[in-house]
Design a protein around this ligand. Structure first.
Ligand SMILES: NC(=O)c1ccc[n+]([C@@H]2O[C@H](COP(=O)([O-])OP(=O)(O)OC[C@H]3O[C@@H](n4cnc5c(N)ncnc54)[C@H](OP(=O)(O)O)[C@@H]3O)[C@@H](O)[C@H]2O)c1
Length: 290
């Protein structure tokens, strides 16, 4: 049996770890900051519970995480109670969170110094992709370590691609987030316009999802955002975190992000409206308030 651990059982990690637990050749130990989530997960899936990342990763060959931001990643890897202190020699740590490329490079170096591998492996496909096990995953770091981890990652992914050196997975994810920010704002404006014009939203979506304006966001969230349902999915807090990372990286690359920079301020407005935990399609709420 191969020893594995999963850290972070939120909107994404909960179903992803569920798919991993169905592999027949592994032992899986889970850790989440709020213990109740681990306990709930273990009522459905096989595994054991740990009270720290270090405990979960004890002797593990593969550790997977899907947590929050850069600070969370440091805490669960190289922090005093982090996994790097207890993993098996030669072990691979796969982080599915969205973080800066800089922290991914730093953690890859720290892992290497301990005889471990660290892969930055952010995901796209949303909560639905996690629930359906159909995520798309972009990976930076050692290619051989990815080849070893890939059979496990494929439990919840439909596509896995090696992008290059440490940090390149996160840079690819930035490309994705820059594309999404403007798109969701555009979708918000279009659906708000449709409502103001008194059109039947279901009819509108029926016809325009078949045409040139079609997108994943329109297909999966068009109707729910028009109906004002935002208690699911990808949190405003997380996209604002991601756009902050994108804007800082773009300054280094001297790449212009005019629309992304504006959408970042709109997300701050939503946070000020206490909508930080709502799905990013709540961008439409800003337009409805006037
Ligand atoms: N949701 C999406 O559609 C989506 C899509 C692609 C990428 N992502 C990225 O994936 C990551 C997770 O997103 P999510 O939507 O699953 O977030 P979430 O629902 O907030 O879940 C995060 C989970 O990680 C746990 N956690 C956070 N920091 C931790 C730490 N230091 N130690 C232990 N556990 C910790 C949290 O514990 P608590 O229960 O204590 O809060 C929570 O259960 C983020 O980086 C996000 O940007 C999300």
């Amino acid at each position: 049996m191969i020893k594995t651990a999963w850290i972070g059982l939120g909107a994404m990690g909960y179903p992803m770890a569920g798919y991993l637990s169905q592999q027949t050749n592994i032992e899986l130990c889970v850790y989440n900051r709020t213990k109740a989530k681990s306990e709930a997960w273990l009522e459905t899936y096989p595994g054991t519970l740990a009270l720290s990342a270090k405990q979960a990763a004890n002797g593990a060959d593969f550790v997977f995480s899907c947590i929050g931001n850069d600070n969370d990643l440091v805490e669960v890897t190289s922090g005093p109670e982090g996994a790097f202190h207890s993993m098996a020699p030669g072990g691979v740590f796969v982080d599915h969170s969205t973080t800066s490329a800089d922290i991914a490079k730093t953690q890859a170096e720290l892992a290497k110094a301990k005889g471990l591998s660290f892969l930055d492996a952010p995901v796209t496909g949303g909560e639905k992709g996690a629930i359906n096990g159909t995520l798309s995953i972009m990976v930076g770091g050692d290619k051989q370590a990815l080849e070893r981890a890939q059979p496990f990652i494929e439990a919840y992914a439909k596509a896995v691609r090696h992008m290059g050196a440490p940090g390149s997975g996160q840079q690819t994810k930035m490309v994705n987030q820059i594309a999404i920010a403007g798109l969701v704002q555009g979708l918000s404006e279009s659906l708000n316009f449709a409502k103001r014009a008194g059109l039947n939203i279901e009819d509108v979506l029926q016809v325009i999802t078949k045409g040139a304006a079609q997108s994943w966001q329109m297909d999966n969230s068009g109707l729910s955002m028009a109906q004002g349902e935002f208690n699911h999915g990808f949190a405003v807090d997380w996209l604002r975190k991601d756009l902050g990372i994108c804007i800082a990286e773009a300054k280094r690359q001297e790449a212009q992000l005019p629309i992304t920079t504006i959408v970042e301020t709109y997300l701050k407005e939503l946070q000020d409206m206490e909508a930080g935990r709502l799905d990013i399609t709540s961008l439409i709420k800003r337009l409805e308030k006037s």
